[in-house]
Design a protein around this ligand. Sequence first.
Ligand code: HSE
Length: 425
Amino acid sequence: MKKIRVGICGLGTVGSGTFNLIGKNANEISRKTGGSVKVVQVGCRRPHPDCDLSTTDTTNDLFAVVNNPDIDVVVELIGGIDTALELVKQALSNKKHVVTANKALIAIHGEDLFKLAMDAGVCLKFEAAIAGGIPIVKAIREGLSGNNIEFLAGIINGTTNFILTEMEAAGNRSFSEVLKEAQDLGYAEADPTFDVEGIDAAHKMTILSSISFGVPLRFDAMYLEGISNITVEDIKYAGELGYKIKHLGITTKTDAGIDLRVHPTLIEKSHMLAQVDGVMNAVLVGSDAAGQTMYYGAGAGAGPTASSVVADIIDVMRDGDSVANLGFDALMDLPMVDISSIESAYYLRLRVLDKPGVLAKITTILSRYKISIESLIQKDAKRGEAPIILVSNIVLEKVMDEAIDAISNLDEVLTDITKIRVASF
Ligand code: HSE
C-alpha cells in the first residue's frame, strides 16, 4: 500500500480546509488510490481553530517542513511571493513534490520552478491556484488535450464577481460593505486590491493562457484593468441595453499572437457567463473538436480549494513521476497582442450639454472613423446636462480610442468618456 507523507505550510483558510479534508475523506481516498495520505507535519504561525492538531507535529519554522526527510509532498499554502518562492525552491531541490494554490508564484516564477521540478524528477502541481474547486487545469491539460484550444473567457475572481453582483442587485450597498462581506466569507485576498484591481485574476489568466496555448507565462505583458471605475450607473445602463457587466479574463490565440487580458466586460444577459453571480467562478473554453465547454463552481473558500489541493496530492500518489510542466513538451514564444490591436465592440458613456446638435456632432465623429452605433440611450437630462450611452459595432481598439479623443475635444462633452469592452463570443 502506497503511503504519501504530506507537510502543509500555512494553516489559513485553504491550509485548514486541506488538513481537515484529508482527515475527513481518508477512507474514500484509500478506496480510490489503494493507499493513504498522512499529514505528518504542519508549519504555521498559529493553530487554526477549525483544526485538531493534537496528534500532528506542528512547527512555526516553515523550512523545517520542507527539509523534513519524512515528507514526500510539500503543500505550499502561505501565499505571497518571497517566502513561498524560497520554500518551494528548497522543497524541489530536496526532491519533494510540491502542491501549491499560489497563483502569483506560478504566474511570475512558474517556468523556473517547473525546470527545477523536472530536473529533480518531482511534480509541481497547481490546480488550486485557479478557480478554487473547479478542476480547470485538469480539464484543459487532460480532458481537452486532443484539441487545439482557441480561446478562454472566465470569471475567475469571486470577490469582484460578488461586488458587481451586489452592486447590480441592491443598487445602494457601498463598495466597502460588500467587500467586507467577501472578506468575511474567506474569498478576498490578504490585500483586497489584488482582487479589485484585477491582479489576482491576471495571475490566474496568465497560467490558463499558458496551459491552453503552450506559451511562456507572460504576466508582465498582459493587459489588466480592475473594477474600481465601474459605477452603479454603468451597471444600470448596461442592463437597459441587455447586458451585464462582469470582470472577465480573456485569452485568445490569434494570427498575430496571444491576446491576454483581464477587464470589465459587457456580456449579453442571455449568455451563460452572465448567469454566473455572487462569488461563483466559471471558465468558458473554446476548442476545435469539443467546441465550447463551460466549467462552473466555487472559486475560493476552504472546502472548494482544498478539493483541488487534495486532488493534486492524489495525482502525485497515482503517477509520482508525471512531468511537472505547463502541459506541453516545449513552449512556443508567440508575440503578445497589444491591447490597441484587439477588435471589440465598445460601450461608451459620456455626459454632454443638453442642447440641440450635440448627438449629431458625436455621430459625425464616429462615422468619420467608420464606427457604427448598435444601440443608444439618451435620457435623464438634468440641469442642462444629459448622459449619452452607446454600444458600437466591432472595431479596432486603436480606432475607437482615436474617436474617443476626438469626441472628448468637443466643448459640449463635460466629463471623461467611460469605455467598456463588449464580449463577442
Ligand atoms: N481572492 C480570490 C477570489 C480567492 O476572490 O476569487 C481565490 O483565488
